[in-house]
Design a binder for this molecule. Structure first.
Ligand code: ATP
Length: 244
């Protein structure tokens, strides 16, 4: 599914938070929205999601204007946002269509794909942060989204869990080929996961640069190619590896 933004802006109480943002995501691409705090990344993601329709400019998914929440769009946030009174399986079936058995079978398959087979009956308070975020990945994917919007999905996790879940996300993305838009502060994450990075800067946030990561996958963390992309991203923000 393709996504197109043309001169998108958003004002709050007359003050611009983002301005003139244009980019295109081709079907199956992973696009990163990266920039310093307050440059409007989450604001853009809310507009793309259809949760906020008060934006200026044009947002189109498959050439149709986004004017409300789309059934084909999935979400993942920094925190897993699980319903505490439902167990893991029911958190994933919640919101799915079909009869109970179909929903449970589907949720079970996705839980298996994120390595949580056997944890279906646990409640959110019994899960580690990483497990809870795996449930959130399964829940987001079980709706078969054609566009998956991710708002700093791994930023609250420890470094090792973060890397594991980044790889898990790439693995499931390979099977489902959703188009993804990933909001991140994390330069390593952007260089490792994305096909293209839209670097936003300023207040109001504007596109500073668009960087294509042409390194084929699987990518190697710590490779010289990754280091070069990271340096390029930081340079576009007037930062260096020493300051990051
Ligand atoms: N609902 C709102 N009402 C008023 N101002 C808002 C609202 N939402 C966002 N803003 C303002 O818009 C600007 C961009 O905020 P946004 O959360 O999109 O930035 P961000 O790049 O995602 O930041 P962070 O990386 O810190 O999460 C900020 O100045 C913020 O205060």
């Amino acid at each position: 599914m393709s996504l197109q933004l043309e001169r998108v802006g958003r004002k709050f109480a007359g003050k611009a938070a983002v301005q003139d943002v244009s980019f295109r995501a081709e079907p199956g691409e992973i696009i990163g929205l990266l920039g310093t705090s307050g440059c409007g990344k989450s604001t853009l993601l809310r507009a793309i999601s259809g949760l906020d329709t008060e934006y200026d400019g044009v947002i189109e998914i498959n050439d149709e204007k986004v004017d409300g929440i789309q059934k084909t769009t999935g979400f993942m946030f920094q925190e897993p946002r699980l319903l505490p009174w439902l167990n893991v399986l029911d958190n994933v079936t919640f919101g799915l269509e079909g009869n109970r058995e179909e929903k449970q079978n589907k949720a079970g398959r996705y839980l298996q794909s994120v390595g949580l087979a056997g944890s279906e009956k646990l409640y959110p308070k019994q899960l580690s942060g990483g497990m809870a975020q795996r449930v959130a990945i399964a829940r987001a994917l079980a709706t078969s989204p054609e566009i998956l919007l991710l708002d700093e999905p791994f930023s609250a996790l420890d470094a090792f869990t973060k890397m594991q879940l980044q790889d898990l996300l790439l693995e499931v993305w390979r099977s489902f080929q959703s188009t993804m838009v990933l909001v991140t502060h994390d330069v390593d994450e952007a260089a490792y996961l994305c096909d293209r990075i839209i670097v936003l800067r300023g207040q109001p946030g504007k596109v500073e640069r668009e960087i294509t990561i042409s390194e084929p996958r699987p990518r190697e963390r710590g490779s010289s190619e990754q280091a070069a992309y990271k340096a390029e991203i930081l340079a576009s923000l007037d930062l260096t590896t020493e300051t990051a």
